[in-house]
Ligand binder design. Structure first.
Ligand code: NAD
Ligand code: WQD
Length: 345
């Protein structure tokens, strides 16, 4: 069995990807120190796959600890690197925390890639690298805008570091630029577990509906869009997970090529915030308590992906739409809150 190292395997996208990799015949080891996740998420993965997950609960910012993982696993065919901090607002408050965690972890991993000659590397990037684009949908050739947050800067810098790294190292890299990941595994055993009050729209909707937060504020309906609210490209986390498996398969098939390719991972469809609320109310039958508030500083007005490159290169296509995203996110929220998942509540 081919062995993949997933960093951030207990996190939201990492956990769904571990499931998908196992279902496609890979052996997976994870590195996650649970600094932004719940260790019990691994139980959810085990409940779905029937496989025990090996996780190294080490900090990737320690080179010594990171090297040990590679020493114990000399047969890795690839790495999928999810582990990072991702809260935009927190990064504005504490930029050094973000530079250190997101960039030091990447540097340490790349030192190990070099030393242990790991041929394939997949990097979690983000549509945040495009900023407020002049034209939508955005392709991978759309010019990147200056980062609007220290978090965004770590993604742009990470991409640039990898582009430079492959020039002199026998390693192939994919830079996967996620749009707005949302939804949960159809079994409702794993899903998104935001820390504190959710900043992202879909968990804010489901937590409002279940009563964890009392109401959803829509951040502005005075934008120049079809209903005045912002436009985003929501992509189901299981579609995202599958793209990572297909990414690893592509890298393996191509052989080491010293390439560093950016690929957009979005549905290709823009949805407004109000359309998302309506989709949620339709699939859940629940009436959401929401009101219109002021614009959120730093919000991009409208962005969605041109995903032709993902289709052509990876043979990838989104299987789930906005209704599936809302239905699975809602099922997860309900099961988790009522203590019906293996995680408890
Ligand atoms: P997450 O916070 O759920 O998962 C990240 C995991 O990495 C957590 O389990 C955390 O404990 C772990 N981690 C962080 N720093 C670590 C360190 N130094 N050592 C060991 N473990 C560490 O986040 P996610 O939503 O699954 O995102 C995964 C990746 O995708 C991140 O790189 C994020 O920036 C990127 N991304 C996320 C989104 C999104 O909206 N969720 C969008 C675009 C890009
Ligand atoms: C979507 C829309 C909000 C919550 C963020 C990061 C980005 C990337 C994806 C990592 C916006 C509106 C939200 C609420 C609302 N992450 N909204 N009320 O801003 O597109 O991107 O996640 O790389 O870097 O910035 O996602 O889910 O926060 O917001 O009205 O309570 O929903 O204003 O228009 P965003 P989001």
């Amino acid at each position: 069995m081919k062995k993949i190292l997933v960093t951030g395997g207990a996190g939201y996208i990492g956990s769904h990807t571990v499931v998908d990799l196992i279902e496609h015949g890979y052996e997976v080891i994870s590195v996650d120190n649970y600094c932004r996740s719940d260790a019990r998420m691994l139980l959810g993965i085990e409940a779905i796959t029937g496989k025990k997950i090996t996780n190294y609960a080490i900090d990737l910012c320690s080179l010594t600890d990171t090297r040990k993982v590679f020493e114990e696993n000399p047969d890795l065919v690839g790495i999928i690197h999810f582990a990072a901090y991702k809260a935009v607002g927190e990064s504005v408050e504490q930029p050094l925390l973000y530079f250190e965690n997101n960039l030091q972890s990447l540097i340490n991993l790349l030192k190990c890639v070099q030393e242990f000659r790991i041929p394939n590397f997949v990097f979690s990037s983000s549509c945040t690298v495009y900023g407020e684009p002049e034209k939508i949908p955005v392709t991978e050739a759309t010019p990147l805008q200056p980062a609007t947050s220290p978090y965004g800067l770590t993604k742009q810098t990470g991409e640039q570091m990898l582009e430079a790294f492959v020039k002199t190292n026998s390693c192939s890299v994919l830079l996967l630029r996620y749009f707005n990941p949302a939804g949960a595994h159809p079994t409702a055993q794993i899903g998104e577990l935001p820390i504190g009050r959710p900043q992202n729209l879909v968990p804010a909707i489901t937590q409002t509906a279940i009563g964890v937060i009392d109401h959803l504020q829509v951040h502005g309906t005075d934008y120049s869009t079809r209903d005045g609210s912002c436009i985003r490209d929501f992509i189901h986390v299981c579609d995202l997970a599958q793209a990572h498996t297909q990414g690893i398969q592509l890298l393996e098939k191509e052989g080491t090529s010293n390439h560093c390719k950016p690929i957009n991972l979005g549905s290709g469809t823009g949805m407004t915030v109000l359309e998302c609320i309506h989709a949620f109310e339709k699939v859940s039958g629940a009436k959401l308590n929401w009101s219109v508030g002021p614009r959120r500083p730093g919000d991009v007005i409208a962005i969605y992906a041109n995903n032709e490159k993902a289709k052509t290169l990876l043979g990838w296509e989104a299987r789930y739409g906005i209704d599936d995203i809302m239905a699975t996110a809602w099922a997860w929220e309900q099961r988790y809150r009522s203590g019906q998942t293996v995680l408890g509540s």
